[in-house]
Write a protein that binds this ligand. Sequence first.
Ligand code: DQA
Length: 139
Amino acid sequence: KNILIINGPNLNLLGQREKSIYGNQDFLSYFETLQADFKDQVQLTYFQSNTEGFIIDKIHEVGFQIDGIVLNAGAYTHTSVAIGDAIAAVTSPVVEVHISNVHTREAFRHHSYLAKNCVGVICGFGLESYRLGILSLLK
Ligand code: DQA
């Protein structure tokens, strides 16, 4: 199986950015742990972009062949009709994930333009939200 993790804006700064919310670990070191843990079951790949259109291009590129996408679109979750439409357009299942529990935070983080086109939403488990996203796609 092949699963792609996509991280959106500002998630390249994990480990440096708002550590009390997002933790101390950088994503690439966590990603290596995930790759090792899932190596017998799934080929994991990773893409990050701070640009809405590049995230859409990547969803189009892989979204008709891959077994699933774990997507943390960052703040675009709360603003992007276009990423929501891209998820609807492709055939691969997409799981929306968030590191923080967005529902305990500002009201503008409570709404997602992506969720209705996703197979499910996982939030609030720190970086382990990504692992839960992968597990949900493997079931
Ligand atoms: C986030 C939550 C978003 O509201 C925020 O804009 C992010 C990260 C999370 O993983 O908790 O950039 O998606």
